[in-house]
Design a protein around this ligand. Structure first.
Ligand SMILES: NC(=O)c1ccc[n+]([C@@H]2O[C@H](COP(=O)([O-])OP(=O)(O)OC[C@H]3O[C@@H](n4cnc5c(N)ncnc54)[C@H](OP(=O)(O)O)[C@@H]3O)[C@@H](O)[C@H]2O)c1
Length: 313
């Protein structure tokens, strides 16, 4: 089977396709024939060595934190899955998804929504779970809340708008002018074009601000947060980490998020997808051989929605 690997940290051109043996699934694991793998900024950050201080990857490494595919074989006879099941998952950081096959712990797998393609399913787990765990678990989102999503056109932002709408919130999305119609297509009630207006100077006040692209800060957003409110960022800065310590004592709380690969949360998203409340938009599909170009693309920071690698098979 083929895998995309890199043998040393470096720029996108370190990525190459290599042949490997398929390993038998251990007890509690499922061998998945991967049909597609989503691409996320963390994939290139690890490849560049930018996260070495928190995660030292074992080399050679296969990037990719989310997949969709078909169950090929189960490691235990008592499995909840059977060959032929269509599944999707967020993978633990040590397991790479740009591969034709992977062994996944079965408690990380969910049955794929029936109404979407493998490419669409592959791009949902990591960014979708980030948006859900941020808004629901950190933000305590509920009906009628005013929620602002900074970076509504990115992977996390696109899902966050829809999840906030599914909870009955009034959503303001921040994006550039070219993406206004795109974020509106996910249900944003109001849109702020960051090229024309600084959202931190709005007169409105918000119950939750999710800085999905981590381009703003708690300090700048504080004045547009309601008296009892939550600021959440995808990349916690030292002030946010400090604030987390005093959160129990203050009304304006700040959190950084570290997404957990929970299949019960993925099942929650599956339910939203089945109800037509959550969809994915893919800007471009790449092959395994084009992984370097896919990484150059995501590194621009300008992706609209998501990128995906479709496996050859
Ligand atoms: N902590 C965690 O567990 C966790 C989980 C998931 C993601 N993350 C992190 O969260 C960040 C976002 O992830 P993602 O997948 O959503 O990224 P992404 O899809 O690559 O984000 C790209 C989008 O960001 C928009 N953007 C760029 N600059 C902006 C700005 N100043 N204001 C508003 N929008 C802007 C771009 O639109 P324009 O071209 O229009 O600017 C583009 O649509 C990444 O840094 C990622 O590593 C962390």
């Amino acid at each position: 089977m083929k895998k995309v690997i890199y043998e040393a940290y470096g720029d996108a051109d370190v990525l190459k396709v290599a042949d490997f043996r398929i390993n038998e699934p251990a007890d509690g694991e499922v061998l998945v024939k991967i049909m597609a793998a989503g691409i996320n900024p963390v994939d290139y950050k690890i490849r560049k060595g930018a996260l070495k201080f928190i995660y030292r990857a074992k080399l050679p490494r296969t990037p990719g934190g989310e997949i969709s595919g078909i169950v090929e074989k189960t490691g235990s006879t008592q499995s909840a899955f059977k060959p032929g099941d269509k599944v999707y998952a967020m993978l633990p950081i040590s397991v790479g998804g740009y591969s034709e096959y992977v062994n996944v712990k079965e408690d990380l797998l969910s049955l794929m929504p029936k109404n979407i393609s493998f490419n669409e399913a592959a791009v949902i787990p990591l960014a979708g779970l980030t948006a859900l765990q941020a808004l629901r678990d950190k933000g305590n989102i509920s009906k009628g809340m005013k929620v602002l999503i900074n970076g509504g056109s990115g992977g996390v932002g696109m899902f966050a708008i829809q999840i906030a709408k599914a909870f009955g919130a009034e959503v303001t999305a921040v994006c550039s002018g070219k993406n206004i119609n795109f974020v509106r297509s996910f249900g944003a009630d109001h849109v702020v074009d960051y090229e024309k207006e600084d959202f931190t100077k709005l007169t409105d006040k918000f119950d939750i601000i999710l800085d999905a692209v981590a381009k703003s800060s708690f300090g700048k957003c504080k004045k547009i947060l309601k008296e009892k409110s939550v600021f959440i960022t995808t990349i916690p800065s030292p002030p946010v980490m400090l604030r987390q310590i005093i959160n129990p004592m203050v009304n304006k709380k700040a959190f950084g998020i570290l997404t957990k690969p929970l299949s019960k949360d993925l099942d929650y998203l599956t339910n939203l997808i089945a109800q037509g409340k959550l969809k994915a938009s893919i800007e471009k599909v790449y092959s395994m051989e084009e992984a370097a170009n896919a990484h150059k693309h995501i590194e621009t920071g300008r992706v609209k929605g998501k990128l995906v690698i479709k496996m050859n098979h």
